[in-house]
Each structure stands twice: as C-alpha cells, then as structure tokens.
Design a protein around this ligand. Structure first.
Ligand SMILES: Cc1cc2nc3c(=O)[nH]c(=O)nc-3n(C[C@H](O)[C@H](O)[C@H](O)COP(=O)(O)O)c2cc1C
Length: 160
C-alpha cells in the first residue's frame, strides 16, 4: 500500500518556480499561475508545462496549441496570487495587470516580469488530473535582470 504521508512529504520537496502561463482563444486571453514547469530538451528547446484538466485555460491551450510563460521576480507573490482564481469572464485577471501580446503566439505576456518565453505545443500526455504539455520555445525575451520567484519562498504548497 502506498504510504500517503511519505508520498506527500517527499513530493513536496521537489523544488518549483512560479510563473504565469498566458493562453488565448481568438479574442479571449487568460493567464494562470503555474509551478509544474521545467525544461525538457536543449535541442530543440522544449519545456513541459502541466495544466489542470478542469481549468478554463486547459480548454484554451488544448484548442489553440500555444502558450506563453512570464517569469516572476522574487517578491512578486501578490502578482502570482492574482492568477490563482478562476474568473467568471475570461480575461478578467488582466484588468489591472499590464500585458502585451507575444509576437509569435499572441498569448499575453506580463510587462512587469523578468522576461518570457513563447511556446508552440508539440506533444501532450493526458493522464491524471493535469495534462503534460510539451512546448517548443519559439520566442524569448528579457525585460530586466533579477532572481526568479520560487514556490518555497511564498509558503504556498502545490504538490503532494
Ligand atoms: C501555488 C500554486 C501553484 C499552481 N500551479 C499550477 C500548475 O502548475 N498547473 C496548473 O494547471 N495549475 C496550477 N495552479 C492552479 C491554477 O493557478 C488555477 O487552477 C487557476 O485557477 C487556473 O486558471 P483558470 O481557471 O482561469 O484557467 C497553481 C495554484 C497555486 C496556488
């Protein structure tokens, strides 16, 4: 039998960053906080992004096959918190957050972030309550220097 407590304790020790994933569907833009993200290949440059299946963003990503990742800086915990909650009207989360649309994908990129990558989905694994999207990095940009926000520093948990 799986030791639930050990499973949770150990899985929560996996270090994670905190990012805002931007998605689009026609005129509709949305963004959500992600932590289950990492690089998975140098050549071609790939990342894996695990997206909650019952979220609105999952539908948008599945349909359109593109996403952006905005890299938050240490101390931008409040900004990360704005993007947790599902919104009744798609796009609401960006009402008081400045953004622009990525040149390659049109996905929203947060202006007040360290920088971004834009990705084209090249594969996916639909197992469990999150889908693993493999994204090829097709565009990237730096806004400013700084250290990235990590999950541990926020005191929040996502995992286990
Ligand atoms: C600390 C933290 C980390 C999160 N990491 C992820 C993640 O890696 N993938 C994911 O799909 N959702 C993650 N979420 C949940 C989404 O941010 C949340 O489901 C969001 O409401 C989805 O937005 P939407 O409903 O507008 O699509 C995380 C939430 C928190 C609080």
């Amino acid at each position: 039998m799986l030791d639930e407590k050990a499973k949770k304790t150990m899985l929560r020790k996996i270090p994670h960053g905190l990012y805002i994933c931007g998605v689009k569907d026609g005129e509709n833009l949305n963004g959500f906080t992600v932590s289950w993200l990492m690089q998975s290949s140098f050549e071609p440059p790939l990342v894996v992004n695990c997206v909650k299946k019952d979220s609105g963003s999952h539908e948008m990503l599945k349909k359109n096959g593109v996403f952006s990742i905005s890299f938050l800086e240490e101390g931008q915990k409040d900004l990360a918190a704005k993007f947790f909650k599902p919104q009744s009207r798609v796009g609401n989360k960006f009402e008081d957050v400045e953004f622009y649309e990525g040149e390659k994908t049109g996905c929203p990129i947060i202006k007040d972030s360290l920088g971004y990558v834009e990705c084209q989905v090249v594969g996916s694994v639909e197992k469990g309550d999150h889908t693993v999207y493999v994204g090829e990095v097709i565009s990237a940009g730096i806004h400013r220097e700084g250290k990235a926000l990590n999950l541990e520093s926020t005191g929040w948990q996502y995992g286990g």
